[in-house]
Design a binder for this molecule. Sequence first.
Ligand SMILES: [Zn+2]
Length: 372
Amino acid sequence: MHNKKSLLLLLTLTLVWQASPSLSHALENTAPTEGMVDLRILETTDLHAHLVNYDYYQSKVDNRFGLVKTATLIHQARNEVKNSLLFDDGDHLKGNPLGEFLARIRGIHKGKIHPVYRAFNFLGYDAIAIGNHELNYGLSFLNAALKGAKMPVVNANVYQVKKNKPYFKPYVILKRNVVDQQGKQQVLNVGVIGFMPPQIMKWDKANLEGKVIAEPIVDTAKKYVPIMKAKGADIIIALAHTGISSEPYFPETENAVYYLTQIPGIDAVLAGHSHGIFPGPLFSRLPNTNLTTGQINTKPVVMAGSFGNRLGVIDLVLEVKAGKWKVIKGTALTRPVADEHGKPLVKTDKALYRLIQNEHQETVDFIKKLGL
Ligand SMILES: [Zn+2]
């Protein structure tokens, strides 16, 4: 009798144990829960003025890049979910003939908006970061261009020399109405902070010396995260215009993403600068990294290539209980605008194209006039 009982108990336990993986799997797909919020975060990075799917050097259409293509991925990714935010991770003004033409030849017409920021306004970016290449045309060109950007522009680790205070807005807390899985409105305060490599002081010495200084990225993050939390940020997203490397930590590192993921309070990292794709095979040797879920040190990270060839997508599942928010899950992936043969996977956003068509055509005409 006794033995039978133990056997039965063992059998029951085994059954429960065997059932549990499918049970937890079933839970993930069960009824929507009040207080559970799905939040999608979208990233473009290192656009380098590639607004149009056009190669100015070869004077032909190239469907492997261009924000007019990424824009269609943005619309699709937004339409799939209830709550989403869109960010650019920097290096958006310079890097192709359109960017050069605007900055060095034509300039920004008085009262007009730089086409990159016109495009960002049209697509409704929630915030953007400044990349190191934004500094290449000098601070006065950047400041003039930024006047046309309707969204917050963040960077925390560049300081004014004279006043010893941040040169840009270091962070922003976006108050957003989100809808939970049951359709109930919740208010979420999203902290967004920006970084760029401190190497700008070497790379752009002539433009920057005597005007600004750059602080190490990780130190700056550690300084601001508690401040952002105290100011009410429920979650914190880093717009980190810096690459991904696990080389031993040193404060002045150019590629700080790995160490940003180790900072408590940072919930997601949008990476850039090195034009790689994360998650992707390039990072298969990175420790504590899951290329299936797109996590480094359990935090979701995304790096969406360059020139608008991919859209970065982070999906967060958040839980709010008595006003306290917690990240339950965070996964990341990228979506390409074309397949590996260059065959387009999405259509051009024609409305966006029309909006920046003039500057594109002026650039094409200018190249023609030069006889290039
Ligand atoms: Zn870049």
